[in-house]
Design a protein around this ligand. Structure first.
Ligand SMILES: Cc1cn([C@H]2C[C@H](O)[C@@H](COP(=O)(O)OP(=O)(O)OP(=O)(O)O)O2)c(=O)[nH]c1=O
Length: 208
């Protein structure tokens, strides 16, 4: 049986993959997440996701390695993970009353018995998130009670107060949390159908 390796230290990604019933191991990559200033948001998300997966791939044979990277863009700028609570506060006030995009790049690599990469797929899913006008008290409470420093854009849509920021979303909610489950599953149906049945994940066939 092929092993599935999640090359991510994000607890949210682990929970999301557990949610759909996949059996996998976590081996977080520690590669740097630097990128060139001229890269497009898509290029950043896809390159970093692939870099994380390629870092871990040589350690596992007969495996499917999954790397992912989530970034936030607003007004043509990339909002990274804030370095301090005050930077988190500033970022959230910038996002207040506006829409922003959350992009998650996912890279899937297959390895053979000798740990060589034999096939790969990388994609980027984008979700549009619209924040209402944020009450400063709510922003302060969020920054004081949650750790926004490990999240791109300084918020977690899944966090108690973070939920209250969001007026509407267009696209996959789970993509905002850090992993686009729907697109991932769809891609696995063609990229690794055998693995899906080994994992007892539903597969459909269109016989019409
Ligand atoms: C916008 C948003 C981001 N995030 C998180 C998802 C990602 O974990 C994080 C973006 O950082 P990433 O660099 O994508 O991931 P990571 O550092 O947590 O894990 P690793 O590099 O090991 O894969 O922000 C949320 O949890 N909720 C949200 O609403």
């Amino acid at each position: 049986m092929e092993t599935i390796i999640l090359a991510s230290g994000s607890p949210r990604r682990k929970e999301l993959l557990q949610k759909i019933g996949i059996t996998f191991k976590v081996h977080a990559s520690k590669v740097n997440e630097d990128y060139e200033s001229h890269w497009s948001p898509n290029q950043i998300a896809e390159t970093l996701a692939e870099r994380k997966a390629r870092d871990i791939a040589p350690k596992y044979g007969n495996a499917l390695i999954i790397g992912a990277d989530t970034i936030v863009t607003h007004n043509g700028k990339i909002l990274e993970k804030p370095a301090t609570p005050s930077e988190a506060n500033t970022m959230l006030r910038q996002l207040s009353g506006h829409s922003h995009k959350v992009l998650t790049g996912v890279s899937l690599l297959k390895t053979d018995a000798s740990n060589n990469i034999t096939d790969h797929r990388t994609f980027v899913e984008t979700t549009n998130v619209i924040f209402g006008e944020l009450n400063p008290t709510l922003v302060n409470a969020y920054v004081a009670t949650t750790n926004p420093m490990d999240k791109a854009g300084a918020y977690g849509i899944q966090d108690p107060h973070g939920t209250l920021f969001v007026e509407a979303i267009e696209g996959d909610y789970y993509n905002v949390v850090g992993f686009p489950l729907h697109r991932f599953y769809n891609i696995l149906t063609s990229f690794a159908p055998k693995l899906l049945s080994q994992q007892n994940l539903y597969q459909y066939s269109d016989d019409s």
